[in-house]
Design a protein around this ligand. Structure first.
Ligand code: PLP
Length: 431
């Protein structure tokens, strides 16, 4: 039994001054039982908590630590930038360099605006799409999460599903009425919405690979079909690549699936772990953004020099080392195949979805292709599995409805350790 005395004490203390004791809901471990671990440091594939425990990491700050924690190239870039001041609130050369690099890497981006989180990126993107089209409504998909902007907390994924509040109180009926929802992978449902809301839909926004109801892959005809519908109806197609951007390929899911959206939202990896987001797209649309155009969007800390230094180091590395993606996929496939073998030995037959370095085990025997099928998972069983893994020093996302992220720091030896823990934890969870 690993110790959690210090983490438990800290959690009790945190609850007095922080709502629920955490600064982002899923961190609280509500869905899996027990208390969250308070972290002190992380290096490579490991995180270390306040009780001196070491965990092999499969969250990687929910995605951005693609090269593992405290990667030297990123740390060095940040350290070199610090003496020049932490923020200017004025333009810098590096902002142009990172914008040029993003434009060169992501097929759907001709111009890009930096913001400070994925939430800001998606909120801004739909405002621009509304300004550009002069229409009000948007279509999103059940179980997709696009941050906590009011328009997106309708049938939302991630922590919103985990905590049972997909439709958050505090979102006005007026805002909610402008968000239409359809099941993921269901093109016919989108067509029906478009008929019922002719010439009223400004944007269709989706995770081109959904990572916030667990990992759900798009059917190829789904992405292509959405592209065609948006072209026919003059609707802005927005791919939210906050998770998948620079993770599934240098140009994200849009490169992998060869479907180019009109706008793209980004986050996480472009900050290398610093708080950064971005939205970009066709010049014709992005030129609606102030001061080029009339749609207002701003940020005191946007394009922050330290964040840009970290992001630039990360993106340059990924751009110059495309072999990273092959390696990540190979490691992840080894893990997924190993889990399948473990399940076979134990007479289990749960669904695993994988693409590149992202994967989820769903505790259901049904294929998982949308939110309805994701919800057939046994979440109590997931909780037992999660805690059994934690006891064996493996740190997973504390919810059935999240994807796991593999970093380049996961060696073959760590894959073996993971698989041993996985076998024992699956067994224990069924006892
Ligand atoms: N969009 C997607 C696809 C995400 O996964 C997330 C966060 O996980 C967001 C948007 C929101 O990003 P942030 O948490 O940086 O606001």
């Amino acid at each position: 039994m690993i110790q959690a005395t210090n983490s438990n004490e800290l959690f009790e203390r945190a609850k007095h001054s922080i709502p629920g004791g955490v600064n982002s809901p899923v961190r609280a471990f509500r869905a899996v039982g027990g208390n969250p671990r308070f972290m002190v440091s992380a290096k490579g594939a490991y995180m270390f908590d306040e009780d001196g425990n070491r965990f092999i990491e499969f969250i990687n700050s929910w995605g951005p630590m693609i090269l593992g924690h405290a990667a030297e190239i990123v740390q060095d870039a940040v350290q070199a930038a610090i003496p020049n001041s932490l923020s200017f609130g004025a333009p810098t050369r590096r902002e142009i360099e990172i914008a040029e690099l993003i434009v060169s890497m992501v097929p759907g981006i001709e111009k890009v605006r930096m913001v400070n989180s994925g939430t800001e990126a998606t909120m801004s993107a739909i405002r621009v799409a509304r300004g550009y089209t002069g229409r009000s409504k948007i279509i999103k998909f059940e179980g997709c999460y696009h941050g906590h902007g009011d328009s997106f907390l309708i049938a939302a994924g991630s922590g919103a599903i985990t905590l049972g509040v997909p439709d958050s109180p505090g979102v006005t009926q007026g805002v909610a009425a402008d968000t239409l929802t359809a099941p993921y992978n269901d093109l016919e449902a989108v067509k029906d919405l478009l008929v019922a809301n002719k010439d009223q839909v400004a944007a269709i926004i989706l995770e081109p690979v959904a990572g916030n109801m667990g990992l759900v892959l798009p059917k190829q005809e789904f992405l292509k079909g959405l592209r065609e519908l948006c072209d026919q109806e003059n609707i802005v197609l927005i791919f939210d690549e906050v998770m998948t951007g620079f993770r599934l390929a240098p140009g994200g899911a849009q490169q992998l699936f060869n479907v180019t959206p009109d706008m793209t939202t980004l986050g996480k990896i472009i900050g290398g772990g610093m708080p950064v987001g971005a939205y970009g797209g066709k010049s014709e649309i992005m030129d609606f953004v102030a001061p080029a155009g009339p749609v207002y969007q701003a940020g005191t800390l946007s394009g922050n020099p330290i964040a840009m230094a970290a992001g630039m180091a990360m993106l340059r590395h990924l751009d110059n080392h495309p072999e990273v993606y092959e390696r990540l996929e190979k490691t992840t496939t080894k893990i997924v195949n190993g889990i399948k073998q473990n399940m076979q030995k134990l007479g289990l037959n749960y669904t695993i979805n994988q693409v590149g370095s992202m994967f989820s085990i769903f505790f259901t025997e049904q294929p998982v292709v949308d939110f309805e099928s994701a919800k057939t998972s046994d979440t109590a069983l997931f909780g037992r599995y999660f805690n059994a893994m934690l006891q064996r020093g493996v740190y997973l996302a504390p919810s059935q409805f999240e994807a796991l992220f593999v970093s380049t720091a996961i060696t073959d030896e760590l894959v073996e350790k993971f698989l041993q823990a996985n076998y024992e934890a699956l067994k224990e969870a069924h006892e």
